[in-house]
Design a protein around this ligand. Structure first.
Ligand code: TRP
Length: 430
């Protein structure tokens, strides 16, 4: 019996590299083979448009990422594998969610805030060069996740805030329209170390230090020869700590192989030999998949068919679910019976409440949610539940007057008047 739904997407804006493989593709393909999970994997091509205005690159990246996933062993019969833009219900849901998402919450999204901070530092208009697409990114991502009621969303640390926002948006919608959405959780690949790139920094397209996953064998050898090392000569013992070469090896090798290389480092293996070992080890794992990848890339029509079949499966869920959501919000045939008014609507919509919770980062948070389900005050993470509770107490006794002194711990998510009003109503009710 499949009980857990797992869903993740990759933005189709580039060519997959070893870091994507080790950090995202390999673990998700492995997880998809577990009998107890129902998996949804998709190509986030609507998301790509936020970053890339080159149509040919979006198309090529979609082909490459689809071929990569399949070559790495994703079985489209066992999972639901699709392209985001083949499911028109997703942008429709994005609008329904947009109407319950707090703008204040979106103002705080890391990616948007980083652009604003950069502009502010440069003395330009805070929103210079920022598209509404970048601003709305978290809502589109929430629609991806909520459409399939995913429980677990495997992502990197940089995406955790987006999952929290999806939860927030889902809770607001559920509060207003009934229990339609599962609240998703981020599943962070904690044990997977981030892979270093050619220069020793994190492997990332933005540092231009990547090793593309499926470059031809000889090119792979050349790239590996270019990994930075120190200048110790052959015969001199080498340090494994901080060695990019060693970390790359470790991400592919067994425990025994890693121990053997540790010993070789201690007894002074030359960098040339160490690079040769790394190359052979990588190629051993990659070569069979590379052969499949090259075949797939030659046959885009076949991948297109696979994706279209995947979209049918996805829409078997998305189409009826969207119909239900449309009905729930009042987008209904005029001759259909109106749903009965929710009971106790008045009482429910008046009382704000504080919710305390723990995040995947292990820290303790709280938020004040108003009667309409909107987050009005949001805390930062606290080390202990006691610190969170003390801050809640302070807010309760002093109301909005406590906010300036607590600026580092909590922030208002709405206008100052709305925050004051919600704090006052909550203190009265509690
Ligand atoms: N934003 C994600 C990234 O850049 C990609 C993505 C889009 C995604 N929608 C998603 C990931 C839904 C998980 C779930 O990495």
């Amino acid at each position: 019996m499949k009980t857990q739904r797992v869903l993740t997407g990759i933005t189709t804006s580039g060519t997959p590299h070893l870091g994507n493989y080790v950090g995202a593709i390999r673990p998700t393909v492995r997880a998809s083979r577990l009998a107890s999970v129902e998996s949804f994997y998709f190509l986030a091509d609507y998301h790509a448009l936020i970053k890339v205005a080159e149509p040919a690159r979006v198309q090529r990246s979609t082909l490459e990422i689809a071929a990569t996933w399949l070559a790495c062993g994703l079985d489209p019969e066992q999972v639901t594998f699709y392209r985001q833009s083949d499911v028109p219900e997703i942008p429709e849901l994005t609008w329904l969610l947009t109407c319950v998402a707090g703008k204040g919450m979106l103002n705080r999204a890391h990616a948007y805030k980083a652009s604003v901070d950069k502009n502010t530092a440069a003395g330009t208009d805070p929103d210079a060069g920022v598209s509404a697409g970048l601003f709305m990114y978290p809502v589109l991502m929430a629609a991806d996740i909520l459409m399939f009621n995913a429980h677990q969303v495997p992502v990197g640390r940089d995406q955790v805030q987006h999952i929290e926002m999806a939860r927030d948006i889902a809770a607001s919608f559920n509060h207003l329209y009934g229990e339609h959405f599962t609240l998703p959780e981020a599943a962070i690949e904690d044990h997977v170390a981030t892979l270093p790139g050619l220069d020793g920094r994190k492997m990332s397209k933005s540092y231009d230090n990547t090793i593309p996953l499926f470059v031809p064998r000889e090119q792979l050898r050349k790239l590996i020869q270019g990994i930075v090392t120190d200048s110790r000569p052959p015969g001199a013992p080498k340090d494994t700590a901080g060695s990019a070469l060693f970390q790359l090896y470790q991400a592919f090798a067994s425990a025994e192989e890693t121990t053997a290389l540790t010993q070789a480092y201690a007894s002074g293996i030359g960098w040339g030999d160490a690079k040769q070992q790394l190359f052979e080890r990588l190629d051993l794992e990659l070569a069979p998949m590379r052969a499949v990848y090259e075949q797939l890339i030659q046959d885009p029509a076949r991948i297109e068919r696979t994706l279209k079949r995947g979209a049918e499966k996805a829409r078997d869920i998305a189409t009826p679910f969207t119909a239900r959501l449309r009905h729930a919000v009042g987008l209904r045939a005029l001759d259909s019976a109106a749903a009965p008014q929710p009971v106790a609507k008045a009482a429910r919509s008046l009382l704000p409440s504080v919710k305390q919770y723990r995040e995947a980062d292990g820290r303790f948070y709280f938020k004040l949610v108003d009667g309409a389900g909107q987050t009005v005050v949001q805390s930062q993470g606290f080390d202990s539940p006691r610190e969170a509770a003390d801050t809640v107490k302070q807010l309760k006794s002093q109301g909005a007057a406590a906010l300036p002194a607590l600026a580092a711990q909590v922030s208002g998510m709405a206008s100052p008047e709305a925050v004051s009003a919600a704090l006052a109503a909550w203190a009265d009710a509690a």
